[in-house]
Design a protein around this ligand. Structure first.
Ligand code: CP
Length: 358
């Protein structure tokens, strides 16, 4: 059975199939009205969301299916201490597929290990957000006509921005990608993404300190919000929160067909005046999120019993009582799950649940 926990759970061919099917759905919406009649999706959201939860809901409704779930875990038996695994096992008796958002990193992965139905990671802590990645890829394809051979600038919070981490992993499978990382020191991309994704897979990247010095090179500018909820130190958040703000003045040096993406919500990082610029693609990106989730749900159900679409082989996992994951937001430090580790090709030991270096 295929789950979507991390973008690399899908082959490039499977990702391309989902993107292309999403484009087919956009062109033939009337054909999909009853596609998943009598099917059910559960949205288990332990953390706030507008776009992801409602686009999943809208996607399933547009396919003729039904949706149940919770948007506040305090109203469920989670409040009585029920584990992520038991919740997924229980809800799997009621539905065909589960979309889960959780503040703890690795929670959807834990659910996928016991679930009888496909689990979709709808965002786990600062770790991954693979359905946003599918949304971003479909948006890039629709805005530029292609995904290969682009220069993409990631701007803002590259440290906690799970959408950035997931999109970089996915782009590593495409040809001719140049990445420009635009952030202050406090919010730089984690080393494990640079070493295990960019360096290992030969993704070209450079780090700069301002939008202005690179904007003329970019085909895509991917803006991000500084995520107050992920900072442990409020002073640090106050120092960096307004580091990068995109306005019409800064856009003067950009290519005429550059696409501006943002996973949203935004706070201050894109001035409202930019919304009227035809290059502002972030609300079109929101709509693409519904279509790509329609495509994803259809494909996961189609692939469920097809052994040619199983989960990828992973490196050997091991338990070592002498090691523990130091990430306080990792599921293994909150629930009764066996801490597991794996060693990367470069000899670094990482937590299986959250990818932190151990
Ligand atoms: N892009 C995104 O994940 O938005 P929400 O947090 O509103 O779901």
């Amino acid at each position: 059975m295929k789950h979507l926990i991390d973008p690399t759970d899908f082959t490039k061919e499977e990702i391309d199939e989902i993107i292309e099917y999403g484009e087919y759905i956009i062109a033939n919406r009337e054909l999909f009205r009853d596609k998943l009649r009598y099917h059910k999706l559960a949205t288990l959201f332990y953390e706030p969301s507008t776009r992801t939860r409602l686009s999943f809901t809208s996607a399933m409704m547009e396919l003729g299916g039904n949706v149940l779930g919770f948007s506040d875990a305090r109203s469920s038996s989670v409040a009585k201490g029920e584990s992520v695994g038991d919740t997924a096992l229980t809800v799997g008796n009621f539905v065909d597929v589960i979309a889960m958002r959780h503040p703890l990193e690795g929670a959807p992965y834990v659910a996928s290990k016991v679930s009888k139905v496909p689990i979709i990671n709808a965002g786990d802590g600062s770790h991954a957000h693979p359905t946003q990645t599918l949304t971003d890829l479909l948006t890039i394809k629709r805005e530029l006509g292609h995904i290969d051979n682009i220069t993409i600038g990631f701007c803002g919070d590259l440290r906690f921005g799970r959408t950035v981490h997931s999109l970089i992993k996915a782009l590593s499978r495409y040809k001719g990608i140049d990445i420009v990382l635009i952030s202050p020191d406090e919010m730089r991309l984690p080393d494990y993404i640079k070493s295990d994704v960019c360096d290992k897979l030969g993704l070209r990247y450079k780090e700069v300190r301002s939008i202005e010095e690179v904007i003329g090179e970019l085909d895509v500018l991917y803006m991000t919000r500084v995520q107050k909820e992920r900072f442990l130190d409020e002073d640090e958040f106050e120092r960096v929160k307004d580091s990068f703000v995109l306005d019409c003045e800064k856009l003067k040096g950009a290519k005429p067909d550059m696409a501006i993406l943002h996973p949203l919500p935004r706070v201050n990082e894109i001035r409202q005046e930019v919304d009227a610029d035809p290059r502002a693609a972030y609300f079109r990106q929101v709509e693409n999120g519904k279509f790509v989730r329609m495509s994803l749900i259809c494909k996961l159900l189609e692939w469920k019993d097809d052994p040619s679409h199983s989960m990828p082989a992973h490196p050997e996992y091991f338990h070592d009582p002498g090691r523990h994951c130091r990430n306080t937001k990792c599921i293994c430090n909150h629930e009764n799950v066996t801490p597991l580790f794996h060693e990367t090709e470069s000899g670094i030991v990482r937590c299986v649940y959250c990818d932190s270096k151990v």
